[in-house]
Write a protein that binds this ligand. Structure first.
Ligand code: ZN
Length: 93
């Protein structure tokens, strides 16, 4: 019930902690400076836009990625030629 609020509180805590360590506004994932525009829109953002987009894409694409990565049968070696040439209509008796 308090999920959203407690999550926000945790984010605020984390932001304050990062502020104290001088890490506020630094992407947690790649270490780049998070843009001011992004921080204004999302003061507790922990990742830059690029990393956040990557995370969201991964979360969304989990199923699709799974399917595309499903095991494909290995291409078989070509049939041995003798199976075709042997016993054709011109079989000698
Ligand atoms: Zn980043």
């Amino acid at each position: 019930m308090l999920d959203r609020e407690s999550r926000e509180a945790a984010q605020i805590d984390a932001a304050l902690e990062r502020l104290a360590r001088d890490e506020y506004g630094i992407c947690r994932s790649c270490g780049t400076v998070i843009g001011l525009g992004r921080l204004k829109a999302l003061p507790f953002a922990q990742c830059c836009t690029a990393c956040q987009a990557g995370v969201e894409a991964r979360e969304r694409g989990v199923g699709a990625e799974w399917r595309s990565r499903s095991i494909r049968p290995e291409p078989r070696a070509p049939r041995p030629a003798f199976a075709v040439s042997r016993g054709g209509p011109w079989r000698e008796t």
